[in-house]
Design a binder for this molecule. Structure first.
Ligand code: CUA
Length: 185
């Protein structure tokens, strides 16, 4: 994205320079060529490439190309807290604003909201997706190694939006087992 936008910026600046400083040079290109070149030939490949890339990334976001069975976690946003439930770990209590996951394992977040639209985003672990009331959206995240990862609500949701952050703690398999059996909050 950065490389693409740098290229387009330089192209536009070059054209701007030519138009303002070298007027005579511009007169050699007809208006029709500008419209066809700048209006059709240039944007078509760029838009097709961006659309293809977005579709590919969208599939990755929900783990379509991943054959491993993920551990499911239910996340519910409400003004201005995140509640996490662990349906694959029966008997484990819900946690608020702290999500415990095993490292090196795909996690499927089943996301919803109790009130308004929120957005779940842990930049270092995966993409960002909206939490919509009355709806369940899915998102795949994975922590490559144990650690603590910051997450935020990425959709403006009222006065407490800025404070609606949370933490994802990724444990190694052994520690995860221990913590979950100790039923930590
Ligand atoms: Cu929830 Cu912003």
């Amino acid at each position: 994205m950065l490389a693409g936008s740098v290229f387009l910026f330089l192209l536009v600046m070059t054209l701007f320079f030519v138009v303002t400083r070298k007027g005579a040079m511009m007169k050699r290109v007809s208006a029709r060529s500008w419209i066809i070149g700048g209006g059709l030939v240039l944007p078509l490949p760029i838009l097709i490439a961006l659309t293809g890339y977005a579709l590919y990334q969208g599939e990755r976001l929900i783990g379509t190309h991943d054959d491993r069975t993920p551990m499911r976690i239910e996340a519910r946003g409400r003004m201005w807290t995140w509640d996490f439930h662990y349906p694959d770990l029966p008997g484990i209590s819900a946690t608020a604003n702290v999500l415990h996951i095993p490292a090196g394992q795909p996690i499927e977040i089943l996301l919803t909201s109790s009130d308004v639209i929120h957005s779940f985003w842990v930049p270092r672990l995966g993409g960002k997706i909206d939490a919509i009331p009355g709806h369940v959206t899915r998102l795949r995240i994975e922590a490559g190694r144990p650690g603590s990862y910051g997450g935020v609500c990425a959709e403006y949701c009222g006065a407490g939006h800025a404070g609606m952050d949370f933490r994802v703690i990724a444990h190694d398999a052994e520690e995860f087992e221990r913590i979950m059996s100790g039923n930590i909050r």
